[in-house]
Design a protein around this ligand. Structure first.
Ligand SMILES: [Zn+2]
Length: 324
């Protein structure tokens, strides 16, 4: 297809930091164990990649802070070693500079605010280290909110969660609503002063999974001018361990129809998932997704919004800096 090479990709979620310093993984080489590395980000034309620090799934208690700092040290080491190819995205201007210089923008995110547990003043430290996006929970309950695996309790945000969200909005940190309970989702949406992100999710109307969003939630994100990153995890896409590219496209079409194309983005969840959508095996495969978006009837402007434009707008709003 003639327009296939025009695209650039912004991906709102991956768990690749988990691989750093493990099993011989090297970011600058092709790695058989991972979905993401420098050669494949280049091949897939990825220009903005969120890198999540997720410790809640593996570790409990105070060690979470230590582990999060270890992840961040590895991430910063990687940026330093690959300075000619990578650019840390801490302001909207950083992203525009990265695009001008043809570098890959890297945005550091906390998936689950557990490392801040009991010490909200650490938010400033994480900000200084480059964190620009935080989701309150992973699946379980923590001091800030109930995750999506606690749905039956009907719980939402705690007072600490509300305070944290207020501080994030003040500093210009993106609020990610992925993994929250339904009540937590709406509490957080109403608390945060600005457009939100739901970094990796799909449509509940097509696949009834607790991690997916209902049509009411999709419309609420649209009303907030937020952005929804669509995940490539087969259980969210099809309800089982296998999913086709067309099934994923059904989610793109449904969410664009329900929320509006200005709110649709990509949140692959590469390296956090054990199976992938057919034809989207790793970060080098985005050409197949772009081609499929055109095939399903999206126009050039709409494809550009989905692949990067909407996330760029979100960053321009939240990471605008104090003078904006
Ligand atoms: Zn996740």
């Amino acid at each position: 297809m003639e327009k296939k090479e025009d695209y650039i990709i912004a991906d709102c979620h991956c768990d690749t930091l988990w691989f750093f310093n493990r099993n011989g993984y090297r970011f600058d080489c092709l790695n058989p164990v991972s979905h993401i590395d420098l050669p494949r980000l280049r091949e897939g034309r990825v220009k903005l990649q969120f890198f999540a620090v997720c410790v809640a799934a593996d570790i409990a208690g105070p060690l979470q802070l230590q582990e999060a700092l270890r992840y961040i040290a590895r991430y910063r080491g990687c940026l330093e070693q690959n300075r000619s190819a990578l650019q840390a995205i801490e302001t909207a201007a950083d992203l525009e500079q990265a695009l001008r210089e043809d570098k890959i923008g890297c945005l550091l995110a906390l998936e689950g605010a557990e490392p801040l547990d009991g010490s909200p003043e650490l938010l400033d430290l994480f900000y200084t280290l480059g964190v620009r996006c935080i989701s309150l929970t992973w699946n379980k309950r923590n001091i800030f909110a109930d995750g999506c695996a606690e749905e039956e309790s009907g719980g939402g945000l705690t007072a600490a969660g509300r305070r944290l969200i207020g501080q994030m909005a003040e500093r210009g940190i993106i609020l990610d609503l992925a993994h929250l309970s339904t009540r937590g989702f709406f509490d957080a949406l109403h608390c945060y002063d600005g457009p939100v992100l739901v970094s990796h999710t799909n449509a509940q109307a097509l696949t009834n999974h607790p991690r997916n969003l209902s049509d009411t939630q999709l419309k609420a994100v649209a009303a907030n001018n937020g952005v929804i990153g669509l995940s490539f995890y087969p259980p969210f896409v099809s309800g089982n361990e296998k999913a086709t590219l067309e099934q994923l496209l059904d989610h793109f079409v449904h969410i664009a129809f329900t929320a509006g194309v200005e709110h649709v983005a990509i949140g692959s969840d590469f390296d956090g998932i054990t199976a992938t959508v057919e034809k989207l095996e790793d970060a080098s495969c985005y050409g197949a997704l772009v081609e499929a978006l055109y095939r399903r009837g999206f126009q050039e402007r709409e494809v550009q919004l989905i692949t990067a434009g909407n996330v760029r707008r979100l960053l321009q709003t939240i990471l605008a800096g104090p003078e904006a």
